[in-house]
Design a protein around this ligand. Structure first.
Ligand SMILES: Nc1ncnc2c1ncn2[C@@H]1O[C@H](COP(=O)(O)OP(=O)(O)OP(=O)(O)O)[C@@H](O)[C@H]1O
Ligand SMILES: [Mg+2]
Length: 245
């Protein structure tokens, strides 16, 4: 099977700062790749380069065997590679339902179909009770779900998720992990940046560890949490109690 996403020697510099340097990995269709690393390691920058927010300084991104390195975020999203944002960006004055319907319409659905699809997705992510509220009234957990719902409305084949669990209290996490597992079970390939190790362990087939923009480790979840360099750079004492991170 050929990889659905292939990143080769990707680099991004901001002035003199090397935010991402020489990062390479492949993702197979249906695989879940967790991306971890300390604050400032380059995780979001990697996603920004992959999802067409800005071009990388070096290297290439292939999606479905096509070189998409210079594609815009909109073109990539239309082709099925969709990302969510670490800082959520809903249309605050629209209702929750409208926010998702706009995404469905962007994918080509007519207004009534877009509303119907949006409603179905809101039920799936557990936001149907909030459908007619304006999105700026949502608590953090709701905004995270809305961000996921909007991404799902674009019918992604590959989803890049940037810290969808950040800001959630532990009891709010498992339902989102279960939702991500169900999205994966529907055939969506997931790449997710996350600090919550409970989710990284539960979801990932493989884990990429970034540190100072470079690949520190790349392997199965149990391999990376046992890697002394990863413990030193990132996990620290948490490795004995990954549930708490
Ligand atoms: N648009 C930008 N312009 C200049 N510097 C940037 C830009 N985006 C990121 N950086 C810098 O690049 C480095 C990597 O940042 P990035 O946001 O990718 O880290 P991260 O791994 O996502 O961190 P966090 O876990 O805190 O979200 C940081 O030093 C950051 O300040
Ligand atoms: Mg980040």
């Amino acid at each position: 099977m050929s990889p659905i996403v292939s990143v080769e020697h990707l680099g991004k510099s901001f002035g003199g700062l090397r935010a991402v340097h020489n990062v390479s990995f492949n993702v197979e269709p249906g695989e879940v790749l967790g991306i971890i690393g300390p604050n400032g390691a380059g995780k979001t920058t990697l996603f920004n380069c992959m999802a067409g927010m800005f071009p990388p300084s070096t290297g290439t991104v292939h999606y479905q065997s096509e070189n998409v390195t210079s594609w815009s975020d909109a073109k990539l999203a239309r082709a099925g590679m969709v990302r969510t944002f670490q800082l959520m960006r809903p249309f605050g004055s629209m209702t929750v339902l409208e926010n998702v319907a706009v995404a469905a319409a962007a994918r080509g659905a007519k207004e009534r179909d877009a509303m119907a699809q949006a409603w179905e997705i809101l039920q799936r992510v557990g936001l149907d009770h909030y459908a007619t509220r304006t999105s700026k009234d949502l608590p953090t957990a709701g905004l995270k779900r809305l961000e996921l719902a909007r991404a799902m409305a674009l019918h992604p084949k590959v989803l890049l998720l940037d810290e969808v669990l950040a800001g959630l209290v532990p009891t709010e996490r498992q339902p989102v992990i279960d939702l991500l597992l169900s999205i994966r079970d529907n055939g969506v390939t997931l790449l997710f940046v996350e600090h919550v190790m409970q989710a990284v362990m539960a979801l990932s087939d493989r884990v990429l560890v970034l540190n100072h923009g470079e690949t520190l480790a790349y392997g199965t979840p149990s391999e990376v949490v046992a890697n002394p360099e990863v413990i030193e750079a990132y996990l620290g004492d948490e490795v004995t109690n990954v549930d708490s991170k």
